[in-house]
Design a protein around this ligand. Structure first.
Ligand code: C5P
Length: 255
């Protein structure tokens, strides 16, 4: 599903693209230890990989990192300690209790001239630049909301959730060919995403998918091909896979 996207066209003087990286999660599913974004991958914190992945796109001139609310100074120091491209501005802001609140804090920090915004999970440190550029390109072509996505290899069941470990009744089996697993960076026309955050309230954990909020506004969302290396590092096995991807990149000198 991955073919070669064109590099993002240079921005017109009226277009500026920024990336917001929510990195304020604790990452409890990875087990005990440092907050997920600060976990090391190949000797470098996951967050630094994620910032570099956004900065590698020539279209992205600003990266806003949303840090744990008590860890903004630590994150600023970490960014200062690692080499990042000079042409990219980096801002650090404190995050909130949910991912949705953290994204909102990042949006509030954007300068007025930013017209397009990418929201990228720190937990997807290895997204290739071609995927970032494909999202930017679709936004510049006029789509208000763009999401990289992959077909599924597993069949998916909808269930009536029960207590953990108990057998769960199946409610439905959606047709696999019509399903996609979505990744980040998700790209938006800035005004559209801000409107979604202003008007759509999501209960419980808050929104885990920004595009889902835009859908609720009735604004069309389109998918572009994602990449298998844009997977989310959630569980301990994902760290093993991420280390293997980095080792393969180093061996083939792709980065
Ligand atoms: O927990 P999950 O893997 O869904 O988190 C996705 C992204 O959202 C991660 O990069 C995490 O750091 C971020 N997040 C955040 N603020 C929160 C919760 C999650 O920035 N309160």
């Amino acid at each position: 599903m991955y073919d070669e996207p064109r590099p993002a066209r240079p921005a017109s003087p009226t277009q500026r693209t920024a990336a917001v990286i929510p990195a304020a999660g604790r990452g409890v599913r990875l087990g005990p230890g440092a907050p997920k974004a600060l976990r090391s991958l190949g000797g470098t914190p996951m967050l630094i990989h994620a910032v570099r992945a956004m900065a590698r796109s020539r279209a992205v001139s600003l990266v806003v990192v949303v840090a744990p609310s008590d860890g903004a100074a630590e994150v600023r120091n970490l960014l200062d300690e690692h080499a990042l491209p000079d042409r990219t501005d980096i801002l650090v802001v404190p995050g909130g209790d949910t991912r949705q609140e953290s994204v909102r804090a990042g949006l509030d920090a954007l300068p007025a001239d930013v017209t397009a915004v990418l929201i990228h999970d720190a937990a997807r440190p290895l997204v290739p630049v071609d995927t970032v550029d494909a999202v930017v390109e679709a936004i510049r072509d006029g789509a208000p909301a763009v999401v990289p996505a992959m077909p599924l290899s597993d069949t998916v069941k909808e269930v009536e959730p029960g207590p953990p470990g108990a057998p769960e009744p199946v409610v439905a089996t959606p047709e696999r060919a019509r399903l996609r697993a979505v990744q980040t960076p998700q790209g938006f026309d800035r005004a559209t995403l801000v409107k979604a955050h202003d008007t759509i309230a999501v209960n419980g954990e808050g929104a885990t998918d920004d595009a889902g909020m835009v859908e609720k506004l009735g604004v069309p969302v389109v998918l572009v091909p994602g990449h298998e290396e844009a997977f989310k590092v959630t569980r301990p096995l994902d760290l093993v896979l991420a280390e293997a991807v980095l080792a393969r990149r180093r061996a083939t000198d792709a980065y």
